[in-house]
Design a protein around this ligand. Structure first.
Ligand code: 4NP
Length: 157
């Protein structure tokens, strides 16, 4: 059974799909795709079944990633059973996850930027209501934190 990571944001059309796609590339490059599984979901249900936001697809494409296969899914409490690590983008995702977690799953939940000792902030901000610049910033934060996350996870394999 691989080590299973799930990234969680609000809509599963911006931040967590970016994290999933970035992390999957890092895992593949490290030759660990059989050992580490990566997924994403949103706490909200507004965009279920939809592709990623066009700005998400654009920032990914401009940086050599392909997000076109993504379809939004909703994180449900059963997912705690199915994952070893539940990685929230911001404090409101963290709160929503803690509220729905069975008590014995609470310690699976972490903030993504907590893995990055050099992060300038604790949350990946919601870029949905901003412009394209916000998506560039979000991608950079996610890439840096996912590199640190992979190093951490390697120690747990
Ligand atoms: P995400 O961004 O949580 O990073 O996917 C959002 C997407 C949609 C909404 C909010 C944030 N929304 O309100 O629909």
């Amino acid at each position: 059974m691989p080590y299973r990571i799930v990234f969680v944001c609000l809509g599963n059309i911006c931040r967590s799909p970016i994290a999933e796609i970035v992390m999957r590339r890092l895992v593949r490059t490290a030759g660990l795709e059989d050992r580490i599984a990566v997924e994403s979901g949103g706490t909200g249900d507004w965009h279920l079944g939809e592709p990623a936001d066009p700005r998400t697809l654009d920032v990914l494409r401009r940086n050599g990633y392909d997000g076109s296969a993504h379809r939004a899914r909703q994180f449900t409490p059963q997912w705690f059973d199915e994952h070893d690590l539940v990685v929230a983008m911001d404090d409101s995702n963290l709160t929503a996850l803690r509220r729905m977690a069975p008590p014995d799953a609470r310690d699976k939940i972490r903030l993504l930027l907590s893995f990055d000792p050099d992060a300038a902030q604790s949350e990946v901000p919601d870029p949905y209501y901003g412009g394209a610049d916000g998506f560039d910033d979000v991608l950079a934060m996610i890439e840096q934190a996912c590199r640190a996350l992979l190093e951490q996870v390697k120690t747990e394999l």
